[in-house]
Design a protein around this ligand. Structure first.
Ligand SMILES: [Zn+2]
Length: 194
């Protein structure tokens, strides 16, 4: 049964029994707690004494930290930056989870451990070390605005609110950009738009 993020990852069984510090579930097939030096997300762990066979799989493969990915009942697939917006606009059948990283340095996907998505219209994603709520209708408006602005040669800095005078000939577009500029979803859109 799929009840948490790491259930979407192929288990690597161990021999230790206890409570998992990542997902909080009990297991008899866990591993000793031995996190690599790259591990930075101590604040996202919970009380326990092992890492379960599912969370071990999620933490063991460093590509899950370095790259963006989507996980669903079919498994895990890495995402290129150019695929991010279409993936968010057309998420798969639930349950699913989506991690987007710019830096490849954090284990921000741990925000999603007990937060699998069951709706394609309103869902959470992790973006580096932030947890972000996405409303798909609102996202679609933002993607429209971002794509139109990019066609008109707006830079990414301008999309983040630093708009040069010459672009004010597109006043309505500029105003919409400014209305989004403090929104965390907009930050994801600006990162991912071509
Ligand atoms: Zn676990």
């Amino acid at each position: 049964m799929i009840s948490k993020l790491s259930d979407l990852f192929k288990p690597i069984p161990g021999t230790e029994a206890g409570t998992c510090i990542v997902c909080g579930f009990e297991t008899s097939r866990g591993h000793d707690i031995d996190l690599s030096d790259n591990f930075t997300a101590w604040n996202l762990l919970q009380e326990g004494d092992v890492i379960c066979e599912h969370c071990y799989s999620l933490l063991k493969n460093q590509d899950y930290r370095r790259k963006s990915w989507i996980a669903d009942s079919q498994g895990v697939r890495f995402l290129q930056r150019g695929e991010v917006l279409d993936t968010l606009l057309n998420p798969p059948e639930p349950p699913f989870a989506i991690y987007i990283t710019r830096t490849g340095k954090k284990q921000g996907f741990l925000h999603l451990v007990n937060r699998l998505n069951y709706s394609r219209d309103r869902f959470f994603i992790a973006f580096d070390d932030s947890l972000i709520f996405v409303d798909r209708g609102r996202l679609s408006e933002m993607v429209d605005v971002a794509r139109r602005a990019r066609e008109l040669k707006f830079s990414k800095a301008e999309l983040l609110g630093d708009i040069r005078v010459k672009h004010w000939e597109h006043r309505e577009l500029c105003e919409r950009i400014l209305s989004f500029s403090k929104n965390p979803v907009w930050e994801v859109v600006v990162y991912a738009v071509e």
